[in-house]
Design a protein around this ligand. Structure first.
Ligand SMILES: [Zn+2]
Length: 168
């Protein structure tokens, strides 16, 4: 039976078929390891995550509401049934509140730096755009030109983890 690819439902059939074939050949892990030879990164605690996020915010979305807290959260479960937004992180606080909080799944500690950056960019873009609309993705790409490739790769990592039977 072919795996369901629950993290890739919004991608074209041709892409999904390609991923199915990589999985069938047992090559998904190898492909990701080749694309990301450096799996670890230095952002391993809330303090460094906060600093990194604030630097990006200063550079790209300076006028957006201040972010008071940024942290890793081990309790965010990357549930199959949820979309990327709700499972990787959460922005807390209403739109009108001055204080914003960004929580990033602790899973990102073990992923390549580029993917951590991608999810931080995603959450920073939500300071301006609540929905995943065109303006939202344009802002993501402005902050990280490889955004779409990185989001796809993140979904491949999640698929791999799911196939390995690990909780995501
Ligand atoms: Zn989102």
């Amino acid at each position: 039976m072919e795996p369901q690819l629950t993290f890739l439902t919004s991608y074209p059939e041709a892409v999904r078929t390609q991923v199915q074939s990589l999985i069938a050949q047992g090559r998904l892990a190898e492909v990701l390891a080749t694309r990301y030879p450096q799996m670890s990164h230095d952002i391993q605690n809330d303090k460094t995550l906060y600093q990194f996020t604030q630097e990006l915010k200063q550079r790209f979305v300076k006028s957006s509401p201040p972010v008071s807290k940024v942290c890793f959260d081990g309790k965010i479960h990357l549930d199959n049934s949820l979309g990327l937004h709700s499972f990787v992180s959460r922005v807390q606080g209403g739109k009108l509140k001055a204080k914003q909080e960004i929580r990033i799944s602790a899973f990102f500690k073990q992923l390549p730096f580029a993917l951590l950056k991608m999810v931080v960019v995603h959450e920073l873009a939500h300071l301006r755009e609540k929905d995943h609309n065109k303006a939202f993705y344009q802002l993501c790409q402005h902050m990280e030109p490889q955004y779409h490739q990185l989001e796809f790769d993140l979904r491949l990592f999640l698929t791999l983890r799911q196939l390995e039977g690990k909780a995501v």
